[in-house]
Design a protein around this ligand. Structure first.
Ligand SMILES: Cc1cc2nc3c(=O)[nH]c(=O)nc-3n(C[C@H](O)[C@H](O)[C@H](O)COP(=O)(O)OP(=O)(O)OC[C@H]3O[C@@H](n4cnc5c(N)ncnc54)[C@H](O)[C@@H]3O)c2cc1C
Ligand SMILES: *[C@@H]1O[C@H](CO)[C@@H](O)[C@H](O)[C@H]1NC(C)=O
Ligand SMILES: *[C@@H]1O[C@H](CO)[C@@H](O)[C@H](O)[C@H]1NC(C)=O
Ligand SMILES: *[C@@H]1O[C@H](CO)[C@@H](O)[C@H](O)[C@H]1NC(C)=O
Ligand SMILES: *[C@@H]1O[C@H](CO)[C@@H](O)[C@H](O)[C@H]1NC(C)=O
Ligand SMILES: *[C@@H]1O[C@H](CO)[C@@H](O)[C@H](O)[C@H]1NC(C)=O
Ligand SMILES: *[C@@H]1O[C@H](CO)[C@@H](O)[C@H](O)[C@H]1NC(C)=O
Length: 636
C-alpha cells in the first residue's frame, strides 16, 4: 500500500508538467462566435468539468476516451496528500470532519428538536467517493422507470442498465460464504476501471443478522443489483478484493486520465462562477468559461479564468452545484437579488427538492467476537494508518479488511406492504412507489454514530468505556422522504457553507415508518441465533433501551438521535421546466446553452439505495449522450 501511494504521488508531478506543455503546444480552436478577450496564458479545453468528484472524474475519463480535451477544476487536493488512511475501508469513519471533508453543517432542523447536523462531502479528487462508506447498490428498476415517467425519456431501467455496468468489473469472489453471493450476469463490462468486491473479515453477527431477516418479513437476496432491490445480504463494495482497499473515482480513473495529453486537472481550484455571454440581445446566454481561485502551496491565492470551447460540466455535488448555479446568476430571483448577483436565468427550483435518507440506530451490547468496536476505538488515526500500510489484505481475520468504519457489510432493503403503508399513513406511496424499498436496515459491527458526533446518544447509555465494550448497531434508513428540503446561499464565497435545510420528519408518515422499523428491530435481535451474540438484558439493547416503549418515547428518541446519511440528492432536478425542473433529460441547464449538470443533484426521485452507483451511472450516460451529440466514439 505504501508503494502504491508513493507511485501515485510521483505520477502526479510528471503529469502536471507534461500537461502544461501539452496545453501550450496544441491550443484548442475557438468557436466562431466567440468575442471575449481571452488572456493568452489562460487555460482552455473543449470541456471544463467543475469538481473532480465521483461524477466529475468519471465523465472526464469517458470524454478523454472520446478524444476531447478536458480540464478539471477541483477545490480539494490529491486524496493521498492529506496523510489520512483514505483507502482503508475499515477506517472510513476517521475521514469525516478532517481536511478531506468540506465539513458543512445544516441549519437547525425543526423535526429534530432544532438540532444541527453535520453534512459531510469529500474535498479532494474523487470527491465524496474518497471518503464514503464503499457501499455499492443500483436500486429498484421502478425508481428509474419513475424518472422516465416524470418526463425524462431514456432514463428507464432498460435504457440505463448498461451504464450501471460500464464503470465496474467484479472479479469472481473466491469465498461466497457469509451471504457473499452474486449474479455474474449483472457485471459483464469489459471496460470497467472500477472494481467491486467483498470484504474478507466478517464477524459472525453479520451472518446472524442476514439469517434472521425473514423474521421481520425481509427475504434473503442473492444479488441486489438486478433491478430487484428487495432483500438482505452481504453488500457489494467499491473495493479491490485483492488489496482490500477503497475504489473511488480517483482510484478507478486517475491512471487513464493522467496518461492522456488531452487532460489537465488543477487542484485547490475553487470555481467562483460560470461565465456567460449573450451573442445578441435576443439570444440565449452561452456558458463560455469559468472564473476560479487557485490556492498555491504557500497559501497565496489568485483568481483566473478558463475557457470552454464546447461546454461547461457542473459536477460539484448536491450541496454545491446549486451554490455555483446561484453564484453564476441561475436561481431564485430573491436569493440572487439579496446578494446583488445579476440574473442570467431565473429559476425558483434551483436548490429545491433536496432529499436525504434519515437514519437512527439501535445499539446492542455483544460478545467481543461479534464486533469490531474495540479495534476501532483502541487506536489513533495515525496508528491505524500505520497498520493499514503493513496489514495483510488476504487475511479474513484482520479487522482492517472489513467495510466497517462507516458502513457494515450486512444490508437489507425492505418494502412496506399495503397494510403497513396504511398503518403509517403513507398509502399514497402505492400510486407509484410501491415496487421499491421503503426502508433499509444496516448492521454495523461497531458503535454508530459515535457519541462525539452525536452527544445525545449519551442520554441513553454511558459510552465512556468505548474501548472496553463491544457493540453492534442496527441503523434504519428511511428511503421515501415525503417533503423536499432546500439549499440556498447567503454569501458570494464559493467555499462558504451553503444554507442547508433538511426537512427531516416534517411529514408524520416519515416518522411513523421509523417507529415501525424500530419495533421490527426489536423482533430481529430477539431471534435465538442473533441473541446468542448479545450480552445483558433485553437482548443487549442499550439504545434506546428497554425503558423506551411508548410511541411518544420512541418518537422523541428518534428526534434526538437521527443523523443525516449524507445521501443528499435532487437540488438540480431533471424534470420538465414546468414541473420543478432545473435540467432537461440531456442534463442541460434550462435557460442557457453550453452548461450541463452531471452529479447526484439531478436525481428527480430519491434512489432506494446508497447513491454512488447511480452517480457513476449518470456520469456514464451523460458522457455517452455528449459523445453521440458531437459524433465522437468513446474508446472504452
Ligand atoms: C461519509 C459518507 C459516506 C457515504 N457512504 C456511501 C456509501 O457507502 N455508498 C454510497 O453509494 N454512497 C455513499 N455516500 C454518498 C456518495 O458518496 C455521494 O452521493 C456521491 O459520492 C456524490 O457524488 P457527486 O459526484 O454528486 O459529488 P462529489 O463526489 O461530492 O463531488 C463534488 C466535487 O466537487 C468539488 N467542488 C465543490 N464545489 C466546487 C467548486 N466551487 N469548485 C471546484 N470544485 C468544487 C468537491 O470538492 C468534490 O470533489 C456517502 C457520503 C458520505 C459523505
Ligand atoms: C482526435 O482529435 C484530434 C484533434 O481534433 C484529431 O486530429 C484526431 O484525428 C482525433 N483522433 C481520433 C482517433 O478521432
Ligand atoms: C468540523 O466542524 C466541527 C464543527 O461542526 C469542528 O469542531 C471541527 O473542528 C471541524 N473540522 C475541521 C477539520 O475543521
Ligand atoms: C405518482 O403519483 C402521483 C399521485 O398519484 C402523481 O401525481 C405523479 O404524477 C405520479 N408520478 C409518476 C412518475 O407517475
Ligand atoms: C470464507 O469466509 C468465512 C466467513 O467470513 C470464513 O469463516 C471462512 O474461513 C472463509 N473460507 C475460506 C476458505 O477462506
Ligand atoms: C404486511 O407485512 C407485515 C410485516 O411483515 C405482516 O405482518 C403482514 O401480515 C403483511 N400483511 C399482508 C396483508 O400481507
Ligand atoms: C426551505 O426549507 C425550510 C425547511 O423545510 C422551509 O422552512 C423553507 O420554507 C424552505 N424554503 C424555500 C424557499 O422553499
Amino acid at each position: 500500500m505504501a508503494f502504491q501511494m508513493l507511485a501515485r504521488s510521483k505520477l502526479v508531478l510528471t503529469v502536471i508538467s507534461a500537461l502544461s506543455a501539452c496545453i501550450q503546444a496544441s491550443p484548442v480552436a475557438s468557436s466562431p462566435w466567440t468575442t471575449w478577450d481571452q488572456t493568452p496564458s489562460a487555460k482552455s479545453a473543449e470541456f471544463i468539468v467543475i469538481g473532480g468528484g465521483t461524477a466529475g472524474l468519471t465523465i472526464a475519463a469517458r470524454l478523454i476516451q472520446a478524444n476531447f480535451t478536458v480540464l478539471v477544476l477541483e477545490a480539494g487536493g490529491f486524496p493521498d496528500s492529506y496523510g489520512l488512511p483514505y483507502d482503508s475501508p475499515a477506517l472510513t469513519g476517521d475521514l469525516v470532519s478532517t481536511p478531506l471533508d468540506w465539513n458543512f453543517s445544516s441549519l437547525a432542523i425543526p423535526g429534530l428538536n432544532d438540532r444541527v447536523l453535520k453534512q459531510h462531502r469529500g474535498h479532494a479528487l474523487g470527491g465524496t467517493s474518497s471518503i464514503n462508506g464503499l457501499t455499492y447498490g443500483r436500486g429498484s428498476a421502478s425508481v428509474y422507470n419513475n424518472w422516465e415517467a416524470l418526463g425524462n425519456p431514456g432514463w428507464g431501467w432498460d435504457d440505463i442498465e448498461e451504464y450501471f455496468e460500464r464503470t465496474w468489473k467484479f472479479p469472481a469472489p473466491t469465498n461466497t460464504s457469509a451471504y457473499r453471493t452474486y449474479d455474474a450476469s449483472l457485471y459483464t463490462s469489459a471496460a470497467g476501471q472500477g472494481i467491486l468486491g467483498y470484504t474478507n473479515y466478517n464477524p459472525p453477527s453479520i451472518s446472524a443478522f442476514v439469517e434472521n431477516l425473514p423474521s421481520i418479513g425481509i427475504p434473503i437476496a442473492t444479488d441486489l443489483n438486478s433491478g430487484d432491490n428487495i432483500g438482505g445480504k452481504h453488500e457489494v463494495s467499491t473495493l479491490n478484493p485483492a488489496t482490500q482497499t477503497r475504489v473511488s473515482s480517483y482510484i478507478a480513473f486517475w491512471d487513464l486520465l493522467s496518461a492522456s495529453p488531452n487532460f489537465e486537472a488543477v487542484t485547490f481550484a475553487v470555481v467562483e462562477k460560470i461565465l456567460f455571454q449573450t451573442p445578441s440581445a435576443s439570444s440565449t446566454p452561452v456558458a463560455y468559461g469559468v472564473e476560479y481561485t487557485v490556492t498555491a502551496s504557500d497559501g497565496t491565492t489568485s483568481t483566473q479564468t478558463a475557457y470552454a470551447d464546447k461546454e461547461v460540466i457542473l459536477s460539484a455535488g448536491t450541496l454545491q452545484t446549486p451554490q455555483v448555479l446561484m453564484l453564476s446568476g441561475i436561481g431564485p430571483r430573491a436569493t440572487l437579488k439579496s446578494l446583488d448577483i445579476p440574473v442570467v436565468y431565473e429559476n425558483e427550483w434551483v436548490g429545491k427538492n433536496l432529499r436525504d435518507a434519515t437514519s437512527f440506530s439501535m445499539v446492542v451490547k455483544v460478545a467481543d467476537e461479534a464486533s469490531t468496536n474495540k479495534f476501532q476505538q483502541s487506536m489513533s488515526e495515525q496508528q491505524a494508518a500505520e497498520m493499514a500500510k503493513t496489514s495483510d489484505p488476504t487475511s479474513d481475520t484482520n479487522p482492517l479488511n472489513t467495510d466497517d468504519g462507516n458502513t457494515g457489510p450486512a444490508f437489507s432493503f425492505a418494502k412496506l406492504n399495503a397494510s403497513d403503508l396504511e398503518a403509517v399513513g403513507a398509502s399514497y406511496l402505492l400510486a407509484n412507489q410501491s415496487d421499491q424499498a421503503h426502508y433499509e436496515i444496516i448492521l454495523w459491527t461497531s458503535l454508530y454514530p459515535l457519541p462525539k458526533n452525536l452527544p445525545t446518544l449519551d442520554n441513553y447509555y454511558d459510552f465512556s468505556n468505548l474501548a472496553e465494550e463491544s457493540y453492534v448497531s442496527l441503523a434504519s434508513y428511511m428511503l421515501v422522504p415525503t417533503t423536499g428540503g432546500n439549499v440556498s446561499i447567503n454569501s458570494k464565497d464559493a467555499s462558504a457553507n451553503p444554507l442547508i435545510n433538511l426537512p427531516f420528519y416534517e411529514a408524520d408518515c416519515d416518522m411513523n415508518i421509523q417507529v415501525l422499523v424500530l419495533k421490527r428491530l426489536r423482533t430481529l435481535i430477539a431471534q435465538p441465533s442473533f441473541a446468542q451474540y448479545t450480552v445483558g438484558p433485553a437482548n443487549g439493547e442499550l439504545v434506546p433501551g428497554p425503558s423506551v416503549q411508548s410511541d411518544e418515547d420512541i418518537i422523541n428518541f428518534i428526534r434526538e438521535t437521527t443523523v443525516s446519511t449524507d445521501h443528499q440528492s435532487g437540488t438540480a432536478r431533471m424534470s420538465p421546466l414546468d414541473d420543478e425542473g432545473v435540467v432537461s433529460p440531456t442534463l442541460e441547464v434550462y435557460g442557457v446553452q453550453g452548461l450541463r449538470v452531471v452529479d447526484a443533484s439531478i436525481m428527480p426521485v430519491f434512489a432506494d439505495q446508497h447513491p454512488s452507483a447511480a452517480v457513476y451511472m449518470i456520469a456514464e450516460k451523460a458522457a455517452q449522450m455528449i459523445a453521440d451529440e458531437y459524433g465522437h466514439t468513446i474508446q472504452l
